[in-house]
Every structure is written in C-alpha cells, then in structure tokens.
Design a protein around this ligand. Structure first.
Ligand SMILES: Cc1cc2nc3c(=O)[nH]c(=O)nc-3n(C[C@H](O)[C@H](O)[C@H](O)COP(=O)(O)OP(=O)(O)OC[C@H]3O[C@@H](n4cnc5c(N)ncnc54)[C@H](O)[C@@H]3O)c2cc1C
Ligand SMILES: *[C@@H]1O[C@H](CO)[C@@H](O)[C@H](O)[C@H]1NC(C)=O
Ligand SMILES: *[C@@H]1O[C@H](CO)[C@@H](O)[C@H](O)[C@H]1NC(C)=O
Ligand code: FES
Length: 433
C-alpha cells in the first residue's frame, strides 16, 4: 500500500516508492494510475512535470505521456513508460512489458518506422541513409562528445526518385522500388561562395564534432549562426537573417554584409535551418495535404527539417522547423497516414539547448511577436519569457524556470489560449492550471 486514496486529489500526482523503484502515482478524471517516474528521453523526474487531464508533460524537453497507459503522446521521448496496475485496497502491483526502442540517424524516418510497427504494419520497412553510423542523437552533437562506432547500416546515397515507376536510384547503381516513400533527408549546407574551402565546417555528424573539436584548439574561430547550435564558448559573429545570405566566406577571413572583415582559422556553420528553401525536392513539397505529411505526388511523404508544413498552432501558416521533436512528430504522422489512418499533425514545436552549461527551453512559434512578458531576471539567470502576438501568448523561452515552458506547451497543444493579461500576472501555477 503506497498511500491512502485521500492523499491524492484529482489532477494531482506524487512520487511513491514501490520496492526499490520510484513510481509516479496520478489521479486524473477520477482514475488512479501508476507509471514510471523517469522520462524515457533523458530521465527527467516526471513528478516535476505538468499534468493536464490524462496528459503528463515532462519538465525538460516537451515529451508528453498518457498517465493512464504510459504511451508517448509527444516526442522526443520514444519509449513508453512502464505502466503498473493500480488497485484500491490491495497490495498487488503488476508491471507490464515495456518495449525497447532506439533513436536512429534520421529523427523523422526512425519515428516513422517505429510507429508503423507500433500500429502493426506487417510489410517491409527499409531505411536507407548515407551515414555509415549507428543511429545517434544529433541534438547531443553540440553539447557532449559522443563515442560512436561505424556499423553495417545500409549506407547508400539516394540520387534520384522516379515517382512514375515508384523507385529510388542509389549511388551504387542499385534501384529500390517502393509502395510508399518517406523523404526526410534533413537540411542542406551553407549556400555561399567559399563554402567548400578547407576549414569551413558543418556540424552535422559525430565525425564533424570530432573534426571541429581538434581544429579549434588554440584557433581563431568564427561561428555562423546565433541560433542554438553554436556553443557559447566561442565568439558568434553573425546574426542570422535570411536577407544577408549572400556574404562571402574566405579561407582565412569572413566578410560580413556590412563589409566588416573578421580573421578566422576555422569557420563553423551552425545554422541548422537556414537553407530550407534550397532543398532539391522542393517541387514535391507543396500540396493541400501537407498536414498529413503527404506531398503532391501519390505515395510520397516528407518530413523533418526539409519539410514546409502548416502549423496548427500558428493558424496553419506554412513553416519550416528544424527541431528534433518536430521531425519525430512528422515521422509519426507520415506512418499513420501511410496506413490510411488519416491523422493530422497537431504538435507544438519544442526546442531545447545547452549554452555555457545552461539549458534553455523554447516552445511554440514566436514568429511575428510584438510584445514580451518576462518573469524573473536575466541577471539571476532565472527567467521565463512569454512572446505575445495579437494579445495571445504564441511562444515561451526559459532558463531555470521549469516546468513553465512545458506548461505553456501544454496550453498551446490543447488550444487553450494564454491571454496577454494572464501572461502579465503569470506564475508557473496559473499557467499550468
Ligand atoms: C549540432 C546539432 C544540434 C542540434 N541540437 C538540437 C537540439 O538541441 N534540440 C532540437 O530539437 N534539435 C536540435 N537539432 C536539430 C535536429 O537534429 C534536427 O531537427 C533533426 O535531426 C531533423 O531530423 P530529420 O529526420 O529531418 O533529418 P536528420 O536527422 O538530419 O536525418 C537526415 C538523414 O538523411 C540522410 N540523407 C541525407 N541525404 C541523403 C541521401 N541523398 N540519401 C540517403 N540518405 C540521405 C542523412 O545521412 C541523415 O541520416 C540539432 C541539429 C544539429 C546539427
Ligand atoms: C561548450 O562550452 C562549454 C563552456 O565553455 C564547454 O565546457 C563545453 O566543453 C563546450 N562544448 C563543446 C561541445 O565544445
Ligand atoms: C489511428 O492512430 C491512432 C493513434 O495511434 C490510434 O489510436 C488508432 O487506433 C488508429 N486508428 C486505426 C483505425 O487504426
Ligand atoms: S527528459 Fe523528458 S523530454 Fe527530455
């Protein structure tokens, strides 16, 4: 017996010890449930997350679980939580089997394959990637050094797609036919003169991370892109702006649009989503069914960093979002629709990063915000910023203010608007309630 029924009010949760395990007990919509307390992404204590109905938001990176079943409802968590049977006035606790999964090279393709299997798709799934690596967590490249082994993964580069014959040609000359195809090749490189010069480095693979690390020791380093990929320990000179894409990058100096010249030994390109509009498959990406990740070509789906898609929370504006969690969500929607389970994409973007050892979280889509409301202070390095457009909160960013961003994400997903007035008086509690 872990507690009395009266210890837990509806909408509450608590951590309890069962044997040597910590289990999260929740009471929602009149039902009690017991699930694992550790987020299956990076292990955050879920008891510190946000519970809304049967949906439990992790305090860290936007994963959401069904507290009644342990199922994943929002990525980046891939595994379900263990779910235990709960009984009133009995001591029996039964553990259900947990399925084990792995995150792969391509966030979108892996989650697509995973969901297909979860939905009992019985056909063949082939994943092809040009990386000769075991699946890895790309979001960790810019944060921790990873040791990875090369593997026997099917490593081929797709050269072309014949949508009439329904086949893909690879760089070894082989041709694979498909019934349904998911294109999720991620984003492409920096499109400026000089991009092929030595010491211009992209951070895309673990090998890139190793090369960058050794090249940067004692060197003058310039990082292109002030988005979240560049580590705060180096000087970041560019402010990314799609209008100044035509700057020149030279072997030993970088010329800004303003004419300013910056000497550099190494140039790191950490611009993630800058180059979306140069994708080769662009002609495929426009169709009225993009909320299902379908392209205008029958049986060809797309997803991840290369996709331009309608974002429900932004009134279906077409957007391109380079987030790990969004790529996974695309993969899931593609999988369901491949199986004729017409499901629309409804995820809210969630992003996190680590700069100078501090974790910054961001949820929503802040494009076009006109006002902000700030809780806490930048000086204390403890703050929550709410981005407001047309009197409604459209995004939030935080440092040391958990689980506020998860609480905002929850509100954005469920479509319950946070008004400007509410934002101005907000406390963590009132956002989540
Ligand atoms: C350094 C770094 C740090 C990041 N940190 C974060 C973070 O903290 N949080 C966050 O939310 N997001 C982060 N991101 C973004 C996140 O990694 C991407 O949004 C996500 O990986 C996109 O998934 P995807 O499936 O579209 O493509 P990817 O994961 O990029 O996978 C594309 C795959 O396609 C393969 N491919 C490409 N072309 C071909 C071809 N012609 N033939 C065969 N295979 C091909 C590639 O080899 C690769 O395996 C980071 C990205 C980088 C680079
Ligand atoms: C990022 O910067 C921090 C702080 O300077 C440093 O400790 C860390 O090693 C850097 N990470 C990488 C991947 O270079
Ligand atoms: C469609 O997908 C949803 C989400 O996984 C699932 O709950 C539902 O059972 C599926 N419907 C069908 C008809 O397979
Ligand atoms: S630890 Fe829960 S979402 Fe990452």
């Amino acid at each position: 017996v872990v507690c009395l029924e009266s210890d837990l009010q509806d909408g509450q949760m608590m951590e309890v010890e069962v044997g040597r395990q910590t289990v999260l007990l929740a009471r929602t919509e009149g039902k009690y449930s017991a699930i694992g307390n550790q987020c299956t992404h990076y292990g955050a204590p879920l008891s510190q997350g946000v519970l809304s109905g049967h949906r439990l938001y992790c305090p860290w990176h936007g994963s959401c679980f069904n507290v009644l079943t342990g199922d994943v409802e929002e990525f980046p968590g891939m595994d379900c939580l263990p779910c235990h049977k709960v009984q009133s006035l009995t001591i029996e606790v039964t553990t259900y089997t947990i399925s084990q999964l792995f995150v792969s090279t391509g966030a979108a393709s892996l989650s697509c394959a995973e969901i297909l299997r979860q939905e009992h798709f019985g056909g063949r799934i082939i994943i092809v990637t040009k990386d000769d690596l075991l699946p890895y967590d790309k979001t960790r490249l810019s944060k921790v050094q990873q040791k990875l082994e090369s593997s026997f993964f099917l490593c081929l580069q797709a050269l072309s797609v014949d949508t009439d014959r329904k086949s893909v040609t690879f760089n070894d000359g082989s041709v694979h036919s498909y019934d349904q195809l998911l294109i999720s090749t991620g984003s492409k490189g920096l499109d400026v003169p000089g991009r092929k010069l030595k010491n211009v480095m992209m951070l895309e693979t673990p090998e890139d991370a190793r090369r960058i690390h050794s090249a940067c020791v004692g060197a003058n380093v310039v990082v292109v892109g002030t988005s979240f990929v560049g580590n705060g320990s180096v000087v970041v000179v560019f402010k990314y702006n799609s209008n100044n894409i035509n700057r020149e990058v030279l072997v030993n100096e970088v010329v800004l649009k303003s004419g300013k010249v910056i000497p550099t030994d190494v140039l790191i390109v950490g611009i993630g989503k800058l180059y979306v509009h140069t994708v080769t498959a662009t002609h495929l990406l426009f169709s009225s069914d993009l909320q299902f990740m379908r392209t205008n070509v029958p049986d060809v789906f797309c997803g991840g960093d290369l996709a331009i898609f309608p974002l429900v929370m932004a009134k279906n504006h077409l957007v391109n979002i380079g987030h790990w969690q969004m790529a996974q969500a695309h993969g899931r929607i593609a999988a369901l629709n491949m199986m004729n389970n017409a499901t629309e994409l409804a995820s809210v973007p969630f992003y996190w990063t680590v700069l100078l050892g501090k974790t910054i979280r961001y949820a929503g889509h802040g494009e076009g915000y006109t006002e902000i409301a700030i809780k806490g202070t930048f000086e204390e390095q403890k703050f929550l910023v709410l981005y407001i457009k047309e009197d409604v909160v459209i995004a939030a960013a935080s440092l040391n203010y958990d689980p506020a961003v998860s609480a905002v994400a929850e509100r954005l997903v469920t479509g319950r608007v946070i008004t400007k007035k509410e934002a101005q008086y907000v406390t963590i509690k009132s956002v989540s309630s």
